[in-house]
Design a protein around this ligand. Structure first.
Ligand code: ADP
Length: 571
């Protein structure tokens, strides 16, 4: 029954602890998850904005070319040959391109002209009249751009699936080149080159776009337009934060347009993320605190329940023990008294014997009751203390003298030594009597005769140690910390044979506390034990020193019996 309940209690404790730990782990996991999702969500949003910047720039570049792919391009050849101008329809579209400030110049190179050959003549669009003029003054960019688109166009034309009338190539950020294709003859008509105004593109197109989506006063991310080929930052939303490649968390390219450039972004601590960080830490702390509290409460409840159960068990044992102990002398007294009362015993010798029995048993009964009262008093803290300055050496000596006959009767001897005959302590002598008697009593009980019990008074820095040492059975290490508990007895064969209730040492400890001292024990199994009592030194006031009722201010207890004792004696 008990065992069953014990199992259930332990089982519930383990389940409880596991439940708390699992719930905590789940909560912590959730908190981390929410945090990560929040941060990732925030970053994804910013990357989407970066894409938007790229799209807007592309739109700005391509917008003037809208409608180009629906144009009839074949008439260009004839029109250029005849008039040196584009056909009207084409001209209208090219005017649109020329009006865009992104482009600094518009050139047309017929397919049979190679601008890379010095002195070649190409057409340049006049930005005012929007008419083509022949020129042989153009920059190297034209040669590069046309070279690029010509190569690509050749490749495309070999591909039979190619159905577009234009083929566009960017020479990095320098020029945008369009090859006009005659789809019927599968040949190139000519090349339109729009040179790009780099400064305008950066300062008036890309930088404002970045600023629009990543306003440095509102966002905590830094965006750089980076020329990776030359490792130069061309624009940024926040010039205060220098570009550091290690800080970059994501980059977005412009595709085939501006191949040397890309947008790079670094996420600094976002306001909402740092706010969440603070709440997150707070949550973790509160959670940790609650878990500790919960576990503490659970363990406390478990511990007190265990303790209560063991106290109940001890008290039940104690009651049975005490009842037995009380009944034995009573039974002897009852039987002896009955015999005398009946008049069955008449011989004086027998009468004396019965009388002695009754007397001895009543003494035993009395001792037992005294002890129970001591326990009850120390339990309720009602023991009164009548402390006064005493010479510890004289007190101890007196008690040893009292105990001597009993100790000798059991076949043991006592050795007493002291290093001070002026050890003044503030104690209740009655208590010291109970304490020392109990310790000597135990030393006798738990030793096999003959053996010597040593009592030693030693001065320390701030008081006096009184050691009571025996050569008895000792106390197993695992039991030492329990022996001062009420009703606790070491369960071995000798303890089982000796009479006791496990109360003596608890009384010793209680009384030592009342007298502002301490008790400690060192013991080795089968070798012996040493109980050490510590008493703080009492410093006499001048008024006490002058008190005529005290000799040197100290109560001299029973000096009569002890005055003959040497400083080291075996009695
Ligand atoms: P008891 O009435 O059993 O002696 P105590 O409270 O005086 O009760 O002691 C508690 C237990 O401590 C004893 O049962 C005994 O096992 C152990 N003990 C106490 N003193 C000694 C000693 N001097 N040597 C060995 N064991 C001791």
């Amino acid at each position: 029954m008990w065992k069953n309940k014990r199992f259930i209690r332990w089982f519930l404790l383990i389940v409880g602890v596991l439940a708390i730990l699992t719930l905590t782990a789940m909560n912590v996991y959730m908190l981390y998850d929410v945090r990560d999702t929040l941060i990732q969500g925030e970053q994804k949003k910013q990357i989407a904005l970066l894409d938007e910047v790229v799209l807007n720039v592309r739109r700005t570049i391509y917008r003037p070319y809208r409608g180009f792919n629906t144009l009839e391009l074949e008439p260009i050849e004839g029109s250029i040959e005849e008039r040196g101008q584009f056909p009207e329809q084409v001209r209208e579209k090219i005017v649109q391109v020329a009006k865009s400030p992104v482009f600094s110049g518009i050139y047309y190179t017929p397919a049979n002209v190679d601008p890379c050959i010095e002195g070649s003549q190409v057409y340049e669009l006049d930005r005012e009249s929007y008419l083509l003029n022949l020129t042989n003054e153009y920059s190297q960019n034209l040669c590069d751009g046309v070279g690029l688109v010509r190569t690509k166009a050749r490749i495309e034309l070999n591909n039979f699936d190619y159905r577009w009338n234009t083929n566009t190539e960017f020479d990095a950020h320098r020029s945008m080149n369009i090859g006009f294709i005659n789809l019927h003859e599968n040949s190139v008509i000519g090349y339109l080159t729009a040179t790009i105004d780099r400064d305008y593109l950066i300062k008036e197109v890309i930088a404002p776009e970045i600023q629009q989506y990543f306003d440095s006063s509102k966002t905590t991310s830094v965006v750089w337009l980076h020329d990776w080929a030359n490792d130069v930052v061309l624009a940024s939303n926040n010039n205060e934060i220098p570009f550091q490649i290690e800080e970059v968390q994501e980059r977005v390219d412009f595709g085939r347009m501006f191949e040397n450039w890309n947008l790079k972004i670094a996420f600094l601590d976002n306001a909402s993320v740092s706010l969440y960080h603070a709440t997150f830490t707070k949550n973790i702390v509160v959670l940790g605190f609650s878990v500790i509290l919960l576990l503490g409460a659970l363990f406390y409840i478990f511990y007190t329940a265990q303790k209560e159960r063991s106290i109940l068990q001890q008290q039940a044992d104690f009651l049975a023990n005490v009842t037995h102990e009380l009944k034995t002398p009573l039974a002897v007294m009852q039987a002896a008294g009955e015999n005398i009362a009946d008049g069955r015993v008449t011989q004086p010798k027998r009468l004396k014997e019965y009388g002695t029995h009754i007397y001895q048993e009543s003494i035993r009964l009395n001792k037992m009751i005294e002890m129970l009262l001591d326990v009850a008093r120390s339990d309720y803290g009602t023991t009164l203390i009548h402390a006064s300055p005493h010479n510890l050496h004289l007190l101890v000596n007196h008690i040893i003298q009292q105990q001597l006959p009993l100790v000798k009767k059991k076949g043991h001897s006592i050795g007493y030594s002291y290093d001070s005959d002026n050890a003044v302590v503030l104690v209740d002598p009655e208590h010291i009597n109970v304490i020392l008697t109990n310790l000597i009593d135990n030393a006798v009980k738990y030793s096999t005769a003959p053996s010597t019990i040593t009592v030693q008074l030693a001065t320390t820095d701030n008081g006096f140690n009184l050691h009571v040492k025996d050569q008895g059975i000792g106390i197993p290490r695992s039991h030492i910390k329990h022996i001062f508990k009420k009703f606790y007895r070491v369960e071995d064969s000798l303890s089982a044979k000796t009479k006791g209730h496990g109360l003596g040492l608890s009384i010793v400890q209680g009384l030592m506390e009342l007298n502002k001292g301490t008790v400690d024990v060192k013991s080795e199994w089968q070798k012996g034990s040493t109980f050490t009592l510590f008493f703080p030194e009492y410093k006499l006031y001048p008024s006490e020193t002058n008190n005529p009722t005290l000799k040197n201010g100290v109560v001299l207890t029973s000096t009569r019996e002890t005055s003959t004792l040497e400083s080291e004696t075996i009695i």
